[in-house]
Design a protein around this ligand. Structure first.
Ligand SMILES: NC(=O)c1ccc[n+]([C@@H]2O[C@H](COP(=O)([O-])OP(=O)(O)OC[C@H]3O[C@@H](n4cnc5c(N)ncnc54)[C@H](O)[C@@H]3O)[C@@H](O)[C@H]2O)c1
Length: 280
């Protein structure tokens, strides 16, 4: 295979990719992967400052005009407005990356109730986490996937799940020895539910629009190193065969692969990139 054939395989020239949660840490790298392949990312996020940060970083790395739109993916009418704006500007949508999440925090409560524990976890937080992580992905599939299915040009949907969409969180990672059991911090239940749900949504979408040429896969990243505390990192890396957490740019190749013709026969799959954590 020649290098020009490889370039052609990964080329996203002329393709428009809508990326949700693009104002966050990995959203920037997904957008960078799309740009590196010659595609046009459209950045969506509820966080305007985050969008501005991503745009500034992209401007540093690429000499390319990128649009970003402030938008709440739980709001269907906002998404319809975004679709209209994107089609007005580019006349096409080819790729959707469902990346946005609330990423519920592991809470360490010293003197009161620990609300991240299942026994205390509030229903309204359950609803909000699911509404963004699953409801938002569903809305975006409806709005952008629905358009791609009707366009006659096919398309690609990538759902960003997690290694915790495949395995349960190991709550021992979050343990604080000085706290009693009922106060121990835990990874909230909604994280697991959202990520497992996204893998289910992936399979549903992979078969739903297959005749319209829409492929849908999920990417399950392992934890990214972001200056977490040393004890946590040391406990976690012992569970990872590669012996380290991921760097934030290590998923760029997977995004390029999943969005391009390099993966034309991949549909309904979950690409797990977790340093081997889930196989141990
Ligand atoms: N960082 C990791 O270690 C890791 C590991 C595995 C999976 N993931 C997954 O990768 C994705 C990106 O992770 P990240 O670390 O960049 O997270 P992040 O928190 O930095 O980014 C998530 C973005 O989603 C946006 N968002 C939240 N609610 C929204 C809404 N209603 N409408 C529009 N945007 C909304 C946030 O504003 C934020 O910018 C997430 O789905 C996350 O669960 C991350």
């Amino acid at each position: 295979m020649s290098s020009s054939e490889v370039n052609k395989l990964f080329s996203l020239q002329g393709k428009v990719a809508v990326i949700t949660g693009a104002g966050g840490m990995l959203g920037f790298h997904h957008a960078a992967a799309i740009l590196a392949c010659g595609g046009q990312p459209v950045l969506l996020d509820i966080d305007l400052a985050g969008l501005q940060r991503t745009q500034a970083l992209l401007n540093k790395e690429f000499d390319f005009d990128v649009i970003s739109l402030e938008c709440n993916i739980t709001n269907l009418s906002e998404l319809m407005g975004v679709r209209q704006a994107v089609l007005k500007r580019y006349s096409r949508i080819d790729i959707l990356i469902n990346n946005a999440a609330r990423n519920p925090k592991v809470e360490t409560a010293e003197n009161s109730v620990n609300f991240s524990r299942l026994e205390n976890f509030p229903m309204d937080q359950w609803e909000q986490d699911l509404s963004v992580g699953l409801g938002g992905a569903f809305n975006c599939a409806k709005v952008f996937g629905g358009y791609m299915a009707s366009s006659g040009q096919g398309g690609v949907i990538v759902n960003i799940a997690s290694d915790l969409g495949v395995i349960a969180p190991d709550q021992r990672l979050y343990r604080v020895d000085s706290l009693e059991d009922h106060m121990q911090p835990v990874k909230p239940v909604t994280y697991s539910v959202v990520k497992h749900g996204l893998i289910g949504l992936t399979k549903y979408l992979a078969t739903y629009w297959c005749e319209q040429g829409i492929r849908c896969n999920s990417l399950s990243p392992g934890g990214v190193f972001a200056n977490q505390d040393d004890v946590f990192v040391s406990k976690l890396t012992q569970l990872i065969p590669l012996g380290r957490m991921a760097q934030p740019d290590e998923y760029r190749g997977a995004i390029a692969f999943l969005c391009s013709s390099a993966s034309t026969y991949m549909n309904g799959a979950n690409l797990v990139m977790d340093g081997g954590r889930s196989v141990w």
